[in-house]
Design a protein around this ligand. Structure first.
Ligand SMILES: Nc1nc2c(c(=O)[nH]1)N[C@H]1C(S)=C(S)[C@@H](COP(=O)(O)O)O[C@H]1N2
Ligand SMILES: [Mo]
Length: 252
């Protein structure tokens, strides 16, 4: 076996240290600019910070790709189970007329919106890709009101940093930072491929966040809350995903 020369040993060691200190320096820089994700602790923490901070610095204003009508998937895959509780089934039977989306937290005018209320706002339609972290994906057309519009209606306070959103399915909740919350393609969607959003796909209302992986697009939304601090939600990692080992920030 060839032994490593002393010189090589030192250069390799230096390179390793240089790499580590560059990472540490980058993490410090991210902290200075407030670009540390809520799941920054633990084994992959520095990596999570670098991914989030660099995406935010470089691609903050970029748009997710939009497709043509001919590219819409013929058989979109509905993942997961539909809610089966009595209340949801009653609301569904009544055409979701009784559904309410509550918006509260750091806002001037907390409120509650029916689907009809949301439909009265200027809609946006977009054909985007939904990619699951498990490897499958599909393209569909979604129509809804930009979350930014609803946030303007309720009046977000200047110290707002994140929007946390909850599903009727208690184990599904997520959050995004204000850059994604106010992004023009982040939509509260109530239509899919020319019809009402089907229950299998999150009807009556789902947040589509096309610049992040599918799990950020939570279905069956019941409540949004604006906050400056994620530590009081769940285990304090920003959403349910990091509690299961997935990144809070899932930018694509
Ligand atoms: N409420 C709720 N939202 C959810 C899920 C779910 O099971 N329940 N699954 C998530 C995951 S992991 C993905 S990939 C997408 C799947 O979206 P689809 O059902 O339109 O395929 O929804 C996300 N939002
Ligand atoms: Mo997923």
């Amino acid at each position: 076996m060839k032994t490593m020369s002393r010189r090589k040993l030192i250069t390799t060691g230096l390179a390793a240290t240089a790499g580590a200190s560059a990472l540490a320096a980058a993490a410090k820089l991210a902290a200075r600019y407030g670009l540390v994700p809520p799941d920054h602790g633990g084994l992959y923490g520095v990596g999570e910070t670098l991914t989030y901070a660099s995406q935010r610095l470089i691609t903050r204003h970029t748009m997710a790709r939009e497709f043509g009508r001919g590219q819409i998937s013929k058989m979109p895959f509905a993942n997961g189970k539909r809610p089966r509780d009595e209340r949801y089934l009653q609301l569904e039977a009544a055409g979701f007329t009784g559904w309410q989306l509550a918006v509260d937290g750091l806002v001037a005018n907390p409120g509650s919106f029916s689907i009809a209320d949301l439909r009265r706002y200027p809609p946006r339609t977009q054909i985007t890709h939904l990619a699951c972290e498990e490897g499958w994906s599909y393209i569909a057309e979604w129509t809804g009101v930009p979350l930014a519009h609803v946030l303007n209606v309720v009046g977000v306070l200047p110290n707002a940093r994140y929007v946390v959103y909850f599903s009727v399915q208690k184990n599904w909740w997520e959050s995004v930072d204000m850059a994604d919350a106010l992004h023009p393609q982040t939509l509260l969607t109530y239509s899919m491929n020319d019809g009402d959003l089907p229950p299998a796909f999150g009807g009556p209302i789902r947040l589509r966040v096309p610049r992040q992986l599918g799990y950020k697009s939570v279905k069956y939304l019941t409540r949004l809350t604006v906050t400056d601090n994620l530590s009081n939600f769940g285990k304090g990692l920003g959403s349910a995903s990091p509690e299961e080992g997935y990144s809070w920030y899932a930018g694509i």
